[in-house]
Structures are given as structure tokens and as C-alpha cells.
Design a protein around this ligand. Structure first.
Ligand code: SF4
Length: 608
């Protein structure tokens, strides 16, 4: 597996890669991905060549390449192992898996074997919270990995076997298909009347065409459907604004970039409800009079791309997609854009930037994507769950849909249940269930806390288990992570805060610097050097970060700290001193050792 090539070869190969993407700069991520796969890095020489071949600035290419986790300037190893270190992974034993890799490979996390055969890296949630510990090796997913399995995988990599040969395919639904062949299970625990009810491809699209495009928008408005990603914007209103915006072309984007730790239900949807998601995008395209659809697939779900491509081809052959759909004058087609590991790209304007081949940094708003989105054309961005709800509402009618859930939160919600329970997985439930209802469904007992809506949501205690899942109480994008009694809550909060610190795009100071300071303050408390005054400072700083940050990431990043300070004050009170204002952490001895290390000198410490 030689990865070396001369500069002439490199230029010629990059020219061919760029040409295969028709020299389109919006395909920069796809080009970078191919370069990364080919050379196991994106070198400065490659960046120069890509910039020249695309005729764009070098800084644009470099800025994009350095933004995403899955691109690296240094060699990533012929096999790159990403071990998930999110909270559910740690709870399931990711630490032992990392130890096993380090031992078998003889390297530390972040390093490469001397021959660059294997690179060992950590990553945040890869969408497998119900089957941890999970890892990615060159894009292939391995779940419920044990130290013994690590030994086998390392042996296979050392023998330079194709990593796909090591997959033990799941028998759970479409995961067993040859084009997926994934070691992933769906764990659909509860099927409801909207998403997982019977479905026949094309039926809803025909119904939409009978109704007419404007009527479809009005029906979605009347259904009360709101976005299922967490923000809850009314879907019909979004579609109506996009449809009304004057334009040469409009775009429908399906946001499959669920990156919130603990979320995985969209992964199950695009595995098991693939046709439904793509048909729902087509209905949305019909409603807003768009011609182009983009399915933005998170890099961690690349293993599903062949299945998605195959399904797209089948839908085209059945006239359910492409030119003159169902023999009408309506033409609409969908193509896939793939992310490369950046949580912020789940934010719709950052996603659009990423789909255009740029750094995934949120845009200033207004203008909103509905009037100026992808390529500055009116664009709607919805996740697969929202789109599937819209499809069912078209089939069954607005009144039928409104009858589900509560008056203000209509329809159903998919939950990604993970953590300390007997039956983790995906649950289709009506809005309005209590936290306790869900705990009963998934057979969770002795529960300390539930993280509703992922780290950006709310961490609730037993006192709040009668609160309802709905937009007016506990709004959620779907993550429902359970922590049993005996878990170290502050370690969980620390993991979540580190996640936001690392995923901040760095554009604005409150988010970029504030999250670093919040993590440091928490660490001070965890090591026993915190005072009651530190808790006051954390609250103040947390509120500042929330109010002064530019996008949803910064506006919710302090939530793990703030909501646990509110709901679990005793966990902090136990750790801080209230009788002193300041506890010095300064150690003269450590300072001398550090300074000598920096100056490459031997410390001369005299014992008293
Ligand atoms: Fe970037 Fe954070 Fe600012 Fe959002 S709030 S734009 S993620 S720095």
C-alpha cells in the first residue's frame, strides 16, 4: 500500500481528481476527501495544487482543509482508527478499548505506528450511542468493541487486510444489505403511526401532485409540524417563505448531520426509511418549486453512501426522481454532499457553507436561508425526521396529524435512547410523554439523571421526571441519554463541555474563549480547588457565553454546566469550599520542573 508519489505525479493525480469534479469549487470537500484517502494526508503541496487547479485562493483551500477533523496535514496512518470518546462510549468501556489499542500498537492516542501502518485518534460521537464502544477504521464502523476484538483488528491491519473483511455484518434490517454490510444495528424499539408505519413509495408524492404545490405548503402549515432538529421552527412557514422568495432556482437540503452526542435516529431513518426520506425531499421540492435537492451526509455515515446512491438510482428508474417525475412537468433530482467531521455543520447556515465547499462557519442572519441559502438561492434545510413527518401529513391530512401529540406539539418524535437502560435504541413516541414514561419504556431503573436533547439540552434530575417532552416544556432534537445512580455527574459534564470547547468554530470570542474558561473552572472544582465563588463565576460566564455568542452552538454550550448547577447543586456543593475565597493551586516545585523542561535543563530541587 504505497502512498508515496513524486510532485509531478501528485500534480497530475490532483488534476485528474479536480477534473472528475468538473473543476467545481463547491466540490472542495469531496476533492479533499479523495486526496486524504489517496495520500492519507492533505499536504501543503496538495493544497497548493488543488488551489491552482480550482483557480481559487490557497488560503481558501487551507482554511477548509484545516477546519474538518477528517483531514490532516500529517500522515493519518494507512489505517486510521477513530475511537469514540463521548459519554456513552466511556460508560460502555471506551477507556479499555483505547488501552488495548495503545498496548497492541505500542503507541499513544494521537500517534502513528513507526511505519505509518496505523494512526490512533479519538473523536466525539459517531452516531452509535446505543452500541458502544464504537470505532471507525477508514470509515468502516465497528460496534460493541472489546479489548479482545481490538487484538484481532490490529492483527488484520498489520497483515494489511482490507478492513471491510473484518466486518461481522448485522442482521438488523438493511444493515445486512451487500451495499451497506455494516456492523450496526437499528434497535427500532417502538414503531408509531408516522415514521415506521406502512409505507409505499410514490403514494405520498402522487397525493402531493393531486393537491398542488401551494396546497401542500398550506397543509403542512395546518398540520402544525415543527422542525425536529431542536429549534422547532414551523415547517410550513419555512416552506412558504422559500416558495415566495423570487429566484431562478431553489434548493431542498436534507440535513443528515446529526452530531449531537447521543443522537442516532437519523442514521436509522436513512438506513431503514431511505426511500421515504428521498421521496419526502421530492415532495418538499415540489412544494417550494425547487429543482435541486442535496442530502448532506455526515462524514461518520459515509458507509451508508452506496446504499443511498443505489436507492437514488432506483427511484430515478421508477420516475419518482429526476426528469419529468411521474410523467409530469416537475423535474427534481437529489445528489449527496458529504461532511468531514464537524459538529457545527449541523447548524443550517454552516451546513450550507460546507455544502458550498467552505469552512462550516455559520453565516450572519438575516438573510435567512429561505431567501438566500445554497449558492444564495432560496433554500430549505430540514432533517430526515421532519421530512418524513411532512410526507405522512400529506398522505393522511393535517387534521389526522394534528390529532397526534399535544395541541402545541403535534405529531410524533423519534427519540435516540442510550445510556443506562435495558433497551437502548430508537423510539417513535407521541409528543407529551413524560421523562418517566420513556424511562419505563426503555426499562431504566435507579436513574440519577437524564440528558434530554443532548449536551445542548437539559440535564434533569428525578424531581423533574414528570416533565413532558414537548416544545413548551422539554424540547428535544431526540437525544435521551440516561445516567444511572453511581455515575460521576461532574465527569459527564466535563466530557460535554470539552466537546463544545473542541467543536467551537472559533469565529466569535465568547464561544471560543468562554468555553475554554468554563472547562478550566470545572476542572478546578473537580480537583478540589474550587470555592463557592467559582460557582458564581461559572454562572455569570455561562450566561455571558449564551447571550453573546453568534450561533446556536455557543448559545447552548454552557448548558451542561448551568443545568446541572440548577438541578444537581449538591454534586457541586460537595466539591467546593465555602469557608475560603481562594485555594492556591500554585506549586513552586511543579513550576520549577516545568520551567526546566521548557529550557531543556535538569531541575535541581533540594528537599527540606
Ligand atoms: Fe462559531 Fe461558537 Fe461563534 Fe457559533 S457561537 S459562530 S460555533 S464561535
Amino acid at each position: 500500500m504505497s502512498m508515496r508519489s513524486s510532485s509531478g505525479d501528485l500534480r497530475a493525480e490532483i488534476r485528474a481528481i479536480v477534473a472528475s469534479h468538473e473543476g467545481d469549487a463547491t466540490e472542495l470537500l469531496a476533492i479533499l476527501r479523495e486526496v486524504q484517502e489517496r495520500w492519507r494526508s492533505v499536504s501543503p503541496e496538495a493544497i497548493t495544487a488543488i488551489a491552482e487547479e480550482l483557480d481559487i485562493s490557497r488560503i481558501h483551500v487551507e482554511g477548509t482543509a484545516t477546519f474538518y477533523h477528517f483531514f490532516s496535514e500529517r500522515h493519518a496512518g494507512n489505517y486510521t482508527v477513530y475511537v469514540n470518546t463521548s459519554t456513552t462510549a466511556e460508560m460502555a468501556g471506551a477507556g479499555a478499548v483505547i488501552d488495548a489499542f495503545e498496548r497492541e500498537l505500542g503507541i499513544k492516542m494521537g500517534g502513528n505506528t513507526p511505519d505509518n501502518c496505523v494512526g490512533l485518534r479519538s473523536t466525539s460521537c459517531i452516531g452509535m450511542s446505543d452500541q458502544e464502544p464504537a470505532i471507525l477504521i477508514n470509515g468502516t464502523v465497528f460496534t460493541e468493541v472489546s479489548p479482545a476484538r481490538v487484538k484481532e483488528l490490529v492483527a488484520a491491519m498489520r497483515a494489511q487486510l482490507p478492513i471491510s473483511s473484518q466486518v461481522r455484518p448485522s442482521e438488523d434490517g438493511n444493515n445486512a444489505l451487500p451495499q451497506i454490510r455494516a456492523e450496526v444495528r437499528n434497535h427500532i424499539r417502538r414503531r408509531g403511526p408516522v415514521i415506521f408505519a406502512d409505507y409505499t413509495a410514490g403514494e405520498a408524492l402522487r397525493r402531493a401532485m393531486e393537491l398542488g404545490s401551494l396546497e401542500v405548503v398550506e397543509l403542512i402549515k395546518a398540520s402544525g409540524l415543527r422542525g425536529r432538529g431542536g429549534a422547532g421552527f414551523p415547517t410550513g412557514q419555512k416552506w412558504g417563505l422559500c416558495r415566495a422568495a423570487p429566484a431562478d432556482g431553489r434548493t431542498v437540503i436534507c440535513n443528515v448531520d446529526e452530531g449531537e452526542p447521543g443522537t442516532f435516529k437519523d442514521r436509522v431513518l436513512i438506513t431503514e426509511r431511505t426511500e421515504m426520506v428521498l421521496e419526502a425531499m421530492t415532495i418538499a421540492g415540489y412544494a417550494v418549486e425547487a429543482k435541486e435537492g442535496i442530502l448532506y451526509l455526515r462524514g461518520e455515515y459515509a458507509y451508508l453512501r452506496p446504499h443511498l446512491e443505489k436507492t437514488l438510482a432506483e427511484l430515478r428508474s421508477r420516475q419518482l426522481l429526476g426528469r419529468k417525475i411521474l410523467g409530469t412537468r416537475f423535474s427534481f433530482d437529489i445528489h449527496i454532499k458529504q461532511g468531514a467531521g464537524a459538529y457545527i455543520c449541523g447548524e443550517e447556515s454552516a451546513l450550507i457553507e460546507s455544502a458550498e465547499g467552505k469552512r462550516g462557519q455559520p453565516r450572519n442572519r438575516p438573510p435567512f436561508p429561505v431567501t438566500s441559502g445554497y449558492r444564495h438561492q432560496p433554500t430549505i434545510v430540514n432533517n430526515p425526521e421532519t421530512l418524513c413527518c411532512a410526507l405522512r401529513a400529506v398522505l393522511k391530512g393535517a387534521d389526522w396529524f394534528r390529532a397526534l401529540g399535544t395541541a402545541a406539539s403535534t405529531g410524533v418524535k423519534l427519540l435516540s435512547v442510550a445510556g443506562d437502560c435495558a433497551e437502548p435504541g430508537v423510539y417513535e413516541v407521541e409528543w407529551g410523554l413524560t421523562v418517566q414514561d420513556v424511562l419505563t419504556l426503555c426499562k431504566a431503573t435507579d436513574v440519577l439523571a437524564v440528558q434530554v436533547g443532548g449536551p445542548s439540552g437539559v440535564c434533569v434530575s428525578e424531581r423533574q421526571f414528570q416533565r413532558k417532552l414537548c416544545y413548551s416544556d422539554l424540547s428535544t432534537g431526540g437525544a435521551f441519554t440516561i445516567f444511572g445512580k453511581g455515575r460521576d455527574l461532574l465527569s459527564i459534564v466535563h466530557n460535554h463541555m470539552e466537546f463544545f470547547r473542541d467543536e467551537s468554530c472559533g469565529f466569535c470570542v465568547p464561544c471560543r474563549a468562554g468555553n475554554v474558561l468554563l472547562v478550566k473552572s470545572l476542572e478546578k472544582i473537580m480537583m478540589g480547588a474550587g470555592t463557592a465563588g467559582d460557582l458564581v463565576s461559572i454562572r455569570k460566564l455561562g450566561q455571558l457565553v449564551k447571550t453573546a455568542s453568534r450561533c446556536g452552538l455557543g448559545q447552548t454550550a454552557p448548558n451542561p454546566l448551568l443545568t446541572t448547577l440548577d438541578n444537581f447543586p449538591e454534586h457541586y456543593a460537595d466539591k467546593v469550599r465555602s469557608d475560603v475565597d481562594f485555594i492556591s493551586q500554585f506549586s513552586l516545585e511543579h513550576a520549577v520542573v516545568d520551567a526546566c523542561a521548557a529550557a531543556n535543563r535538569k531541575p535541581n530541587l533540594r528537599k527540606e
